[in-house]
Design a protein around this ligand. Structure first.
Ligand SMILES: Nc1ncnc2c1ncn2[C@@H]1O[C@H](COP(=O)(O)OP(=O)(O)O)[C@@H](O)[C@H]1O
Ligand SMILES: [Mg+2]
Length: 259
């Protein structure tokens, strides 16, 4: 479904990613671990078009997406969340969840005829926005926020704000969902619940949903993933089923005595 082939990323000559290759199958849950600064967020930024890889190719469903804009990649079926919250506190829960789908209205540019038609409320726009609202409400129900559509996002607990960010990505109906530390800053209980909920969505949905999930707790990643990818120093140092990765000497050297 998603293929990363020999991705390199350097910032002013400093390598953040070196020769990273892996694939994510349709409906597969891939857990990603690695120390701080090992290149996990950079990899996600490269996959989602926020950075253009210095070298290498990324394909989604057989189509090359590296070099395309984040919006084009999103439309190709890859949705992401960010390591830090990006919500509008004054907007309602529902409008925040819809915000991702609004982007789809612009076709990447600010003032297309379709965008104007949407703003003017043509029948086509009303049909599309009704469908987007349905998707947003369904996504909010899935993350447990179905009863809070009209609340301002700013009054939600931190954990609920993380859930709302997840709903905003799910509302896009992606084929591949890329989550950068969705549990950062949460209590252990909330984090466990979040990871189990999101892996459950990938496993139980009507459509296959592939998951690329960065999470810093090794034990949890080993438990919920079909496959685990390990980053260290900008390189992919292990890629395999959880049992194989858990036994890998390099992985053990990183995590012995650690978290
Ligand atoms: N925009 C950027 N400019 C310069 N260096 C960056 C940038 N983004 C990331 N890096 C560097 O790339 C390396 C990997 O960072 P990052 O991908 O954030 O790691 P992780 O998410 O695994 O903690 C770090 O050394 C970081 O300083
Ligand atoms: Mg990071």
């Amino acid at each position: 479904m998603l293929d990363v082939d020999s991705a390199h990323m350097s910032f002013g000559g400093v390598a953040a990613l070196t020769d990273v290759s892996f694939s994510v199958g349709a409906g597969e849950v891939v857990g990603v671990i690695g120390p701080n600064g090992s290149g996990k967020s950079t990899l996600i930024n490269v996959m989602s078009g926020f950075y253009r890889p210095t070298k290498g190719t990324i394909s989604l469903g057989g189509t090359v997406i590296s070099g395309r804009s984040p919006e084009a990649i999103r439309r190709a079926g890859l949705a992401r969340t960010f390591q830090n919250l990006r919500l509008v506190a004054e907007m309602t829960v529902l409008d925040n969840a819809l915000a991702g789908t609004f982007l789809g209205l612009t076709d990447g540019g600010p003032l297309t005829p379709r965008w104007i038609a949407d703003v003017l409320g043509s029948p086509g726009a009303r049909r599309r926005s009704a469908r987007m609202r349905e998707h947003a409400e369904a996504a909010l129900a899935k993350v447990g926020l179905g009863g809070r559509l009209g609340l301002r996002a700013g009054v939600l607990s931190y954990a609920d704000q993380k859930r709302l960010e997840l709903a905003r990505a799910i509302a896009l109906r992606p084929r591949v969902l890329v989550l950068d530390e969705p549990t950062a800053g949460m209590s252990v209980e909330d984090a466990d619940e979040m990871v189990r909920m999101v892996t459950g969505l990938a496993r139980d949905g009507e459509e296959p949903l592939s998951l690329f999930l960065v999470e810093h707790r090794l034990e949890l990643v080993l438990e919920v993933s079909d496959r685990v990818v390990v980053m260290d120093g900008g390189r992919l140092v292990a890629d395999g089923d959880p049992a194989t990765v858990a036994a890998d000497p390099h992985v053990r050297s990183i995590y012995v005595g650690g978290e």
